[in-house]
Design a protein around this ligand. Structure first.
Ligand code: ATP
Ligand code: MG
Length: 411
């Protein structure tokens, strides 16, 4: 016998309760994004490699280690998308979507990163994603974060808090960066190997390091607040007061930087509170949603300066917190107790489904046992077709209201 090929490491075949939780996350996202009037976009799963390399930054983990890049048959370097934002920015520029600015966009689908697979971390994973492009006002950040918070609440997830920081404008960020380089250079030899390398290329990333050797130097590293320009400070204050007005709970996270080069001003993550049930379920892969303002991104792709802000959240990680949604029971089960009534039953179940009730047909196995099967399946309403004294007989098991509704559909 030939051997069955295995699935690719880091991919998942999502089924059963996990698939229901996954679908619940996507459905909730779809519902809430309409409340906030975000428009849907369907994006290509692959792009030219430079779309990601130029925007995300050559020195980031994603570009330097995690991309699935390959040459296609025409010799062009293509990459399976590791995130949505860069592709959306490319689309904004190549399609002239400037005419829609400020453009509120929502997307969801698979992403690909070559990472070490573990619980909550996969090589093909999925995100919901929201972006506001062409809006420079802090109000855009507030609206985007209010939507994120709303989705998490609608999912019934508790014990998760918005961690918020500002990276300042270009000037503030440069001054802060210089101070960080000075701080970390003094202890260079004690940093992790990765961070020694980051020191030259991308020192802000040291703040993001999970290595315990780095953590103790991160704690007393210079804080952005000392370097903020008046404009950057006013911007951040407008964001925080807007969040307070919107009733979004947040906490200041002074060393939160996010891994990518393109962020300015607001940067944020939603993280489970320490010791919460959510933290327990996620283990070490704790960030469920992250994002920020990326005013520099469009320029890196050759576009005009364009202010924008966005976030992405891992569907799998959200689904883990949603817990077991179970598989929903049918509203109605239609039982065929006599096979000569099959066509009647098929016609009836069609009408029941058209009226918006989920319905299952039981028409196989021993006819005498079919009704019991329906009862065991736990349906609240059962419609059984049988012959009695040579006549068709329809039996309905339901409460009074259900019976009246079903009789209307069957008449
Ligand atoms: P992490 O620090 O966990 O690697 P990240 O900063 O790389 O996250 P982002 O690029 O900001 O993550 O992606 C946003 C969200 O997408 C994350 O908060 C997480 O929920 C999810 N995510 C990212 N990478 C993966 C992955 N490999 N598998 C599953 N979910 C992921
Ligand atoms: Mg990552």
């Amino acid at each position: 016998m030939s051997k069955t090929p295995q699935a690719i490491r880091g991919t998942q075949d999502i089924f059963g309760a996990d698939a229901e939780a996954f679908a619940f996350v996507v459905e909730t996202f779809e519902r809430v994004r309409k409340l906030y009037r975000f428009r849907r976009a369907e994006m290509p799963v692959f792009e030219k490699t430079e779309v990601f390399a130029r925007s995300i930054g050559e020195t980031t983990d994603i570009v330097s280690k995690e991309m699935y890049s390959f040459e296609d048959r025409g010799g062009e370097s293509l990459t399976l998308r590791p995130e949505f934002t860069a592709g959306i920015a490319r689309a904004y520029l190549t399609n002239g979507w400037q005419q829609h600015a400020p453009l509120k966009l929502a997307a969801h689908g698979p992403l690909f990163r070559y990472e070490r697979p573990q619980k909550g971390r996969y090589r093909q994973f999925h995100q919901i994603d929201a972006e506001i492009i062409g809006a420079a006002e802090p109000q855009a950040d507030v609206e985007l974060l209010a939507m994120a918070d709303h989705i998490i609440r609608e999912l019934g997830i508790e014990g998760v808090t918005l961690h918020l920081n500002t990276l300042g404008d270009g000037d503030s960020r440069e001054a802060w960066r210089a101070a960080l380089v000075e701080h970390f250079r003094a202890v260079q030899g004690d940093l992790s190997e990765d961070s020694q390398e980051r020191l030259e290329k991308n020192p802000l990333r040291i703040l993001d390091s999970k290595d315990p050797r780095d953590r103790r130097f991160v704690a007393d590293a210079p804080k952005i607040d000392a370097y903020l320009s008046d404009d950057a400070r006013a911007f951040f204050e407008a964001v925080t007061s807007g969040l307070d007005a919107a009733g979004v709970r947040w906490t200041r996270a002074e060393s939160l930087v996010r891994g990518l080069d393109y962020y300015r001003h607001t940067a944020f993550e939603f993280i489970p509170d320490e010791g919460s049930e959510a933290a327990g379920r996620l283990g070490s892969q704790s960030t469920i949603l992250g994002g920020g303002r990326y005013d520099g991104l469009m320029e890196s792709l050759g576009g005009a300066p364009t202010p924008a802000v966005g976030w992405a959240a891992g569907i799998e990680r959200l689904a883990m917190l949603v817990g077991d949604k179970g598989e929903p029971k049918a509203d109605v089960i239609v039982v065929v107790e006599d096979d000569q009534l099959l066509s009647h039953a098929i016609a009836a179940i069609g009408r029941i489904r058209s009226a918006g009730h989920s319905a299952e047909l039981i028409a196989t196995g021993s006819p005498r046992k079919r009704f019991d099967k329906a009862v065991k399946a736990g349906a609240e309403k059962i419609v059984a077709f049988a012959m009695r004294d040579g006549e068709e007989h329809v039996r309905i098991k339901a409460d009074d209201e259900g019976r009246i509704r079903l009789e209307g559909l069957l008449a």
